[in-house]
Design a binder for this molecule. Structure first.
Ligand code: COI
Length: 365
């Protein structure tokens, strides 16, 4: 792919703020972004330009009918000074899965990878080197055709922006979240867009999130509307830990997003041979049995797996009738902690990672 560079003059470059405080999540921007347009059936004009506004017609399909998808991945600074991108192939595949789900054009995975590595190379000084921090990579695509007919757009923009980021939840991993189990709101339904990372799924989650907040909960546990099985937690996959230390993740179905973190945990468990012995499996989890097993002490920990927070432990569940169910002793448990420490250290190169999981951002040219 031919990438045109239209970079700011060096004196105009801003730099990563120097601070010992944790960086906010998702607020900071780097100097440049990658852009590419889809028109007449092909991707064209790949370019890296200063980060800034994108012109859009008021009738653009994304603004009216939500034809927009995104990804989230992370790059980390290692002790050798290099920047490493974690399992980005999985994000490229998933972006194309989302694109198919929303009748949008795919972006060849090799082009997504090349564009991201090139942008990361230019912005390498923005990669923070603090605990629980990373250079968050946000690729996204949206429909640009100026047309009010409800149909797939003929034009799109694919963009990659970067954001140096600290922990997703203020307080980071050590903060056990209180979760509202809701039967009132649903994130996605079978046959819909639940497996896609599309804007609509996140817009649909806002009302539930606000409702949870009013009831003193940090997030929502979503159930399958028909079967009362556990689906997702906030923007993450749910997990629980049985008393023998096995991590259990809901079986993926057509309304659950396949988290790269969940898949990595399952793959680590399957591979074995790591300094941390991980046991993990997937199954359909019925809420009533889950609650009974928590009360009986058969389930000792729980939480969420996702790229942004990595692992977000749960301290207690609140039912809509006001019943509160603590999990374990209500604090971050040893299995979640051990997995988090292994996983986070693997991402920053201080623990062995399976071959191919970390890709070094080479200096271009
Ligand atoms: C993730 O953790 O994977 C997410 O998608 C969170 C993001 C929406 C900020």
């Amino acid at each position: 792919m031919n990438i045109r560079l239209e970079l700011l003059d060096k004196p105009q470059w801003r730099a990563l703020p120097e601070t010992d405080e944790p960086l906010p999540f998702g607020q900071l921007r780097t100097n440049h972004m990658f852009l590419m347009n889809y028109r007449d059936g092909a991707w064209t004009d790949a370019r890296i330009v200063p980060y800034g506004e994108i012109a859009l017609m008021p009738g653009a399909t994304c603004l009216h009918y939500g034809q927009t998808i995104f990804e989230g991945a992370k790059a980390f600074k290692h002790d050798d000074g290099g920047i490493y991108l974690f399992r980005y192939e999985k994000n490229c595949e998933r972006l194309n899965h989302s694109a198919r789900n929303l009748c949008m054009p795919e972006v060849p995975a090799a082009d997504q990878m090349e564009a991201t590595l090139r942008l990361l190379d230019i912005e390498r000084d923005w990669c923070p080197n603090m605990p629980e921090s990373s250079l968050y990579v946000r690729p996204f695509m949206f429909a640009t055709q100026d047309s009010l007919g409800v149909k797939p757009s003929a034009g799109y923009i694919y963009c990659i922006m970067l954001s140096p980021a600290g922990p997703y939840y203020p307080g980071g991993f050590s903060n056990a979240v209180r979760l509202l189990i809701t039967t009132r709101y649903h994130r996605a339904v079978s046959g819909g867009t639940g497996t896609a990372k599309c804007g609509g799924n996140y817009a649909a989650s806002l009302q539930a999130q606000e409702y949870a907040k009013k009831l003193g909960c940090g997030q929502v546990l979503y159930l399958d509307a028909a079967n009362r099985t556990i689906e997702e937690v906030g923007t993450m996959n749910h997990y629980h830990v049985e008393s023998d230390g096995t991590f259990v993740i809901p079986a993926f179905n057509d309304s659950i997003l396949k988290s790269v973190t969940s898949r990595s945990v399952l793959e680590l468990a399957e591979m074995g041979g790591l300094p941390l012995e991980i046991k993990a499996r997937q199954e359909t989890i019925f809420l009533d049995k889950f609650i009974a097993d928590v009360k009986a002490g058969k389930i000792v920990e729980a939480g969420g797996f996702g790229t942004a927070a990595v692992i977000s432990p749960v301290g207690a569940y609140l039912l809509e009738d006001g019943t509160e169910i603590a999990i374990g002793d209500g604090r971050v448990g040893p299995h979640s902690r051990a997995l988090y420490e292994y996983y986070a250290n693997m991402q920053i190169g201080r623990r062995p990672a399976p071959a191919g999981w970390l890709r070094k951002v080479e200096k271009y040219g």
